[in-house]
Design a protein around this ligand. Structure first.
Ligand code: HMG
Ligand code: MG
Length: 302
């Protein structure tokens, strides 16, 4: 089996991980989490979202967080921007990359961003244009590429359709997301293959939630297709407020352990990453949702 020699991980913990937390997390804790992630070797961090604070109150401090982080020149800081209002606010905070986020499922598009897939593309198009004109990279998240909480199973054709729309408006790279963590390896491979009709392998990333415990298997299946960009959340934080019951992203610690075991370079220091996960889990008053982190912490304690 030919696996990629190196993998690039985007830690989405500060955004996807924390967006669903009911209790407000202090901006200073979010800023400290970003600092710990970059110290652990993460070179891409999804920091926050510029969305409606009525919809996602936890991300209302986007400006405080983005202006509070100590930025490193070799780290790419990305933020979610669903429309021009979000983009204009984000622009003041100089993100390296903005993320427009659409869905392969009509029902999820409506619940998450209050518009149809076609309308979402109309809203994203000026964001992409303005971002590219400002020299900011653009990524497109594609939700529900294998399953939807409202529509059930999603056909690969729907993923290909969305990927084609994203490509058509100039989105540079896309995330194949299993928003509710229902995917299994062959289904995830089909969603990736559908995306590859429009994007080459270097511009496709995997974003797998771990609700059904399949995310590591799905990561391995994506690696087998040559995917080398993945998103994960430190300590397995998270969930989407518009995908009831869905748990967090696959834990970054677990992905790093898997990759290092396969001899794949990530540039990440697993021990420091475990510290970052223990830190934010402590803030939230719970144990890390990462088997690897728990094992390493137990080993340290013993
Ligand atoms: P809307 O209500 O259709 O927007 O919301 P609107 O244009 O009609 O405006 C309504 C109000 O919202 C107005 O304020 C606007 O100013 C305000 P009012 O006059 O009522 O006071 N507004 C905004 N405020 C701040 N920032 C903005 C913004 N836009 C409008 N950008 C909208 C549309 C997209 C804003 C809304 O539906 C929303 O915020 N949704 C939240 C979506 C979200 O953050 N979901 C979670 C992230 S996606 C995810 O987790 C999936 C992912 O991880 C991949 C995966 O796993 O699948 C990425
Ligand atoms: Mg997600």
């Amino acid at each position: 089996m030919n696996y990629p020699a190196k993998v690039r991980l985007i830690d989405v913990g500060p955004r996807d991980g924390l967006q669903n937390e009911k209790q407000p997390v202090a901006s200073s804790d979010k800023i400290a989490l970003v600092a710990r992630l970059q110290a652990a070797g993460l070179r891409e961090i999804e920091v926050t979202s510029y969305v409606s604070p009525k919809w996602v109150p936890q991300m209302a401090d986007n400006h405080a967080v983005m202006s509070g982080i100590a930025r490193a020149a070799d780290v790419r800081y990305s933020v979610l921007t669903p429309n021009m209002k979000g983009f204009e606010a984000a622009l003041l905070d100089k993100p390296d990359e903005v993320v427009v986020f659409g869905a392969a499922s009509e029902a999820f598009s409506q619940k998450n961003i209050n518009c149809s897939i076609a309308e979402s593309i109309e809203r994203f198009a000026p964001v992409v244009e303005a971002a590219r004109a400002a020299g900011i990279a653009v990524r497109g998240a594609m939700s529900c590429t294998v399953g939807c909480p409202y529509e059930g199973e999603i056909a690969p054709e729907r993923v290909a359709y969305l990927a084609g729309l994203m490509k058509g408006i100039g989105v540079q790279r896309v995330d194949v997301a299993d928003t509710i963590g229902v995917g299994t390896p062959l289904k995830v491979q089909r969603a990736i293959a559908a995306t590859l009709q429009h994007y080459d392998i270097d511009h496709v990333s995997g974003h797998f939630h771990d609700t059904y415990g399949q995310a590591l298997s799905n990561t391995l299946a994506a690696l087998q297709l040559g995917v080398w960009n993945f998103q994960s959340s430190v300590a397995g934080l998270g969930g989407c407020p518009y995908a009831k019951g869905a748990t967090g992203n696959v834990a970054t610690e677990d992905v790093v352990y898997l990759l290092h075991g396969l001899g794949i370079d990530t540039g990440i220091d697993l021990d420091k990453l475990v510290d970052a996960g223990a830190y934010i889990s402590g803030v939230l008053g719970r144990k890390p949702q990462s088997r690897v982190a728990v094992a390493i912490l137990n080993k340290r304690a013993g």
